[in-house]
Design a protein around this ligand. Structure first.
Ligand SMILES: Cc1cc2nc3c(=O)[nH]c(=O)nc-3n(C[C@H](O)[C@H](O)[C@H](O)COP(=O)(O)OP(=O)(O)OC[C@H]3O[C@@H](n4cnc5c(N)ncnc54)[C@H](O)[C@@H]3O)c2cc1C
Length: 376
């Protein structure tokens, strides 16, 4: 089998799906995924929170631009709201009070945090043990995101614009010949296009190396989460997501249950990340120390990879070392939030070497996220 298109996008996670849908407005697009279904890796394993005060300034600017789309997507993209109010609350135990001042100081002016009293914190999140809350702060701007609906919305839009998605095709070789990239899969299929978009998530550096590009220094980091039964008294439906500013651990409602994580970041090779027993035991220990919950049974657990380059900003742009090789990688712990705006940014950088006007107004330039910066 050999398929020719104007754009070949590798990786059907949320980043690849969003970029493919945008590029399908310009020409023919093939989206290739090695797993049986899109979203098997990081995009299907997130906490699904919209947290505008998270990450370096460039990331926050892109998050804000994406939110405009998620709040008001085009007709037919999704049949229900993609963002719904949630709020998040950060508390610290004694000895860590200064962390609250730091959080307030680094919040973006458009999305300020509000300090609340320990008693208010425990009223909003009755599961918290009062004695562990020395100070607390509320982020009223945090929302629940329907990550699955956003991902499906981009895949649907790609299809609507005549793009094609191939699953179960692992790209194992990439070669540039006669002005075209030729990708070969492990099953012997071939995909050709003048422009390749590398949206391979944790595998992006491996894909770059296949094409002869210099590495961008991508480091996947494993994070583990567990799902346990909730309790409507300790965790009412209106409870904000709760995080422990002294440890990065957090707990949040998840479709009537509770999701909890240590907020761990353990370096990992690109892989099908699996939860480790020790990490799960530590999450249970944190929950039992900080909250009134008793964990009788872990209903479900998973681990996912968050992939970063050194400055924790995504890598978006053509590689200087290869004709038509475009990077869309390093989305870290914010890839769901970033996807809509990075899809548009990819399209405009590819089509006209320019940044969409709204992103330019937020301070982004064509070079801001360029791969070269990772190699300095
Ligand atoms: C525990 C956890 C919590 C998170 N919470 C949030 C959150 O609350 N909010 C938020 O915005 N983000 C969150 N994230 C981050 C977010 O999930 C990621 O940034 C995002 O999913 C990255 O998307 P992606 O498309 O780049 O990667 P992926 O979803 O991993 O997609 C990459 C795809 O490329 C495919 N691929 C790789 N190599 C090949 C190949 N050779 N051939 C074909 N296909 C290939 C893979 O199979 C994969 O499907 C969280 C992540 C984790 C792990």
């Amino acid at each position: 089998m050999s398929t020719h298109s104007d754009y070949l996008v590798i990786g059907a996670g949320i980043s690849g799906a969003a970029a493919a849908a945008e590029l399908a407005d310009l020409g023919s697009v093939t989206l290739v995924e090695m797993e049986e279904r899109p979203g098997y890796h990081s995009s299907g394993r997130s906490a699904a929170l919209y947290t505008p005060n998270y990450g370096p300034p460039a990331v926050r600017a892109i998050i804000a631009a994406s939110a405009e789309f998620y709040r008001d997507p085009m007709p037919g993209f999704a049949d229900h709201p993609l963002l719904t109010p949630r709020q998040a609350m950060s508390f610290v135990p004694e000895g860590f009070e200064a962390k609250i001042d730091e959080a307030i100081a680094v919040a973006t002016p458009a999305t300020p945090l509000q300090e609340i009293s320990p008693d208010q914190a425990c009223k909003l999140a009755p599961l918290l043990r009062r004695e562990v809350v020395a100070r607390a702060v509320l982020d009223p701007h945090v929302m629940d995101m329907d990550a699955g609906a956003i991902h499906q919305g981009f895949l649907k839009l790609l299809k609507h614009r005549s793009g094609t998605t191939f699953t179960d095709h692992r790209i194992a070789g990439l070669e540039r010949k006669d002005g075209l990239w030729r990708a070969t899969t492990t099953s012997g299929a071939q995909f050709e296009a003048p422009i390749v978009v590398n949206a391979g998530g944790a595998w992006a550096d491996e894909i770059g190396q296949m094409a002869g590009m210099r590495a961008i220094g991508l480091q996947p980091m494993r994070r583990t989460a567990i799902i346990i039964a909730s309790d409507p008294v300790l965790a009412p439906a209106t409870m904000p997501a709760v995080d422990d500013g002294s440890t990065e651990s957090y707990v949040k409602l998840d479709a009537g249950r509770l999701m909890a994580s240590l907020g761990d970041a353990t370096p990992s090779p690109p892989c099908d990340a699996q939860p480790e027993d020790l990490d799960m035991a530590m999450i249970v220990d944190w929950l039992e120390q900080r909250t009134h919950l008793t964990v009788k049974r872990i209903e479900h657990s998973w681990a996912g990879l968050r992939s970063f380059v050194a400055d924790h900003c995504p890598v978006v742009g053509f590689d200087r070392g290869g004709d038509g090789f475009f990077w869309l990688a390093g989305q870290g712990g914010y890839g769901i939030m970033l996807a809509a705006a990075l899809g548009r940014l990819s399209r405009d950088l590819i089509a006209r070497d320019a940044v969409p006007a709204d992103l330019a107004a937020r301070g982004l330039t064509p070079g801001s996220l360029a791969p070269e910066r990772c190699r300095l």
